[in-house]
Design a protein around this ligand. Structure first.
Ligand SMILES: [Zn+2]
Length: 409
């Protein structure tokens, strides 16, 4: 059993506490000690570098590689899974050792990662997005064409349902297919053909049923939700609000009371704006909805931070490119979150959201050795993506490739 020590780095432990210089000892894939003057069989000099817990991205779509639905529709069905393997490798190389897939990835991808067949972050997957007829994730277009980002297959059941009984059946079907979290859309969205983020979707009895069935199976619910749709979702006990445009003070207060996380996916807005600038041909209704949400984002973020809502980091890749996930941390700071809280949103807080905080997300003795070494200071999150130098997953060095056990495949 080899014991190695990361020596003299500035250690950020995944909490809201300021980083401090220390050594980190790892044995058998587990952090066994954090302190000064530790020794081991092998030492890694981390002077002038930051040592952080492996990061979380709580909102990715690993089977999607483009924002262009028409382009996606022309691709062979199974190509998405081969692309997903590449996206998983990129995400891990960015320093993300755990990710929650918000629609697309299936249970097989989770198992393949666990068995070491595919290098990537450990996954919690929603498979598909439970949506009402004509709702955010209903792929039916007014032309009657169906353009589906997550075309159904046995491991990824179609999830367009109406009424509590259909909702109950669908949640059970998703659980049977291996979902690790249930995702629902309780509001419209920017990218879909239907109405925008201001429109609530599903009624109280449907959302209540969805949350009850998910909890009966031991799963949390993530809600693609904004404005009024978010308020209803929070009232019925979803675990996180995704995107969260236009949240009023009452909703934010309720989130604080109930401990609901906000995953603002700021990178998604930035990514969409960037592709519009680059001349991507989005339909007029997408551009209009994008302008609306941009206007409200800064106000929602400012009030959410002030209210003390808990945050978790999610990039919504591929809306922001896979492998550049840590940009979300920079954006959280840009929108007013103090750096230590932005790091917490991508580590300890995110681990608690996913219900895995007892094993990962913090750099403490007894935790799995998912670690990132980055050049520079821990709290200086500017350009963090480009400063990641080494990534360890369960004590194995997976970046740079070829070092230690290396990245398989
Ligand atoms: Zn998404």
């Amino acid at each position: 059993m080899t014991r190695f020590v990361l020596q003299g780095g500035e250690v950020y432990d995944g909490s809201r506490a300021a980083p401090a210089v220390a050594d980190v000892a790892v044995e058998d894939g587990v952090i066994v000690d954090v302190g000064v003057g530790l020794d081991g069989d092998e030492g890694v000099d981390c002077a002038g570098k930051a040592v952080l817990p492996g990061f979380f991205d709580c909102h990715v779509h690993l089977t999607m590689s483009t924002n262009d639905v028409a382009e996606a529709a022309r691709q062979p069905f199974s190509l998405q899974f081969y692309e997903a393997a590449a996206n998983m490798r990129r995400t891990l190389a960015a320093g993300v050792t755990t990710a929650r897939d918000a629609g697309g990835a299936d249970h097989g991808m989770h198992v393949a990662q666990q068995r070491g067949l595919i290098a990537g972050p450990a996954l919690q997957v929603s498979l598909n997005v439970v949506t009402q007829t004509g709702g955010h994730w209903d792929p039916w277009l007014p032309s009657t064409c169906v353009l589906d980002f997550t075309p159904p297959h046995p491991g990824r059941p179609r999830a367009v349902v109406d009424g509590p009984e259909q909702v109950r059946h669908k949640v059970r079907e998703l659980v049977r297919a291996g979902a690790g979290v249930i995702k629902v859309a309780t509001s419209g969205g920017v990218m879909s053909a239907g109405p925008g983020a201001g429109t609530p979707q599903f009624r109280d009895d449907e959302i209540e049923m969805l949350v009850a069935e998910a909890s009966a199976a031991g799963l949390g619910v993530m809600a693609h939700a904004s404005a009024a749709g978010a308020k209803t979702a929070v009232r019925h006990g979803v675990r996180s609000i995704e995107h969260g445009q236009d949240l009023d003070d009452e909703t934010l207060e309720l989130m604080v009371q109930r401990g609901t996380w906000l995953v603002p996916t700021l990178a998604a807005g930035a990514g969409l704006a960037r592709s519009v600038e680059a001349g991507a041909g989005y339909p007029a209704h997408v551009l209009d909805k994008l302008a609306e949400t941009e206007a409200s984002r800064a106000s929602t973020m400012r009030r959410a931070i002030q209210a003390g809502v808990r945050f978790a980091a999610g990039s919504d890749a591929p809306l922001w490119p896979h492998g550049d996930n840590l940009t979300e941390i920079e954006l959280l700071v840009e929108y007013g979150l103090p750096p230590v809280q932005a790091l917490h949103a991508a580590t300890g807080s995110a681990a608690d959201l996913l219900g895995v905080g007892d094993r990962v997300g913090s750099l403490l003795p007894g935790k799995q050795a998912d670690l990132v070494i980055a050049r520079g200071k821990a709290l200086d999150v500017t350009g963090l993506s480009s400063r990641v130098e080494a990534v360890y997953q369960a004590g194995r060095q997976v970046l740079p490739a070829g070092a230690g056990a290396g990245v398989p495949g």
